[in-house]
Design a protein around this ligand. Structure first.
Ligand code: AMP
Ligand code: ZN
Length: 119
């Protein structure tokens, strides 16, 4: 399948891995938006949050567990972090393989909502 994150899962494209198990992979974002910025993805391809089926809900729990572990591993568990899923056009999703951003390492500011470039 021609999917960037499936290629990362398969090892066809290199990534800086933080942790991995048989269901999820955590790796550093190539264009970090915060001092700590990693992506948490299910190894199974699903395009977006809209494609998560009831039978996949265990994977969502796995993703949250991986986020918790990665936050500890990366030293941001106590200082805090933000876990974000961008879905679809208005969510500014650019890679169509479900992923969550884990951001931390600095005060992130309030969520801003509509950006001036699209308002
Ligand atoms: P989104 O805008 O929510 O779809 O996020 C996609 C994220 O993937 C962006 O933050 C990109 O910087 C990141 N990204 C794109 N290509 C790579 C790559 N090869 N390795 C790591 N992160 C990537
Ligand atoms: Zn994929």
């Amino acid at each position: 399948m021609d999917c960037l994150f499936c290629k990362i899962v398969n090892g066809d494209i290199p990534s800086k891995k933080v942790l991995e198990n048989d269901r999820v992979l955590v790796f550093h974002d190539i264009q970090p938006a915060a001092p700590v910025h990693v992506l948490i993805i299910p190894k199974k391809h699903m395009a977006s949050m809209n494609d998560v089926m009831p039978e996949d809900l265990g994977l969502i729990a796995d993703i949250h567990q991986a986020a918790q572990e990665a936050a500890k591993e990366l030293g941001i568990a106590d200082s805090g972090y933000r876990l974000i899923n961008n879905c679809g056009r208005d969510g500014e999703q650019t890679v169509h393989h479900l992923h969550y951003h884990l951001l931390g390492g600095a005060r992130l500011g309030a969520l801003t909502g509509i950006s001036s470039s699209h308002a």
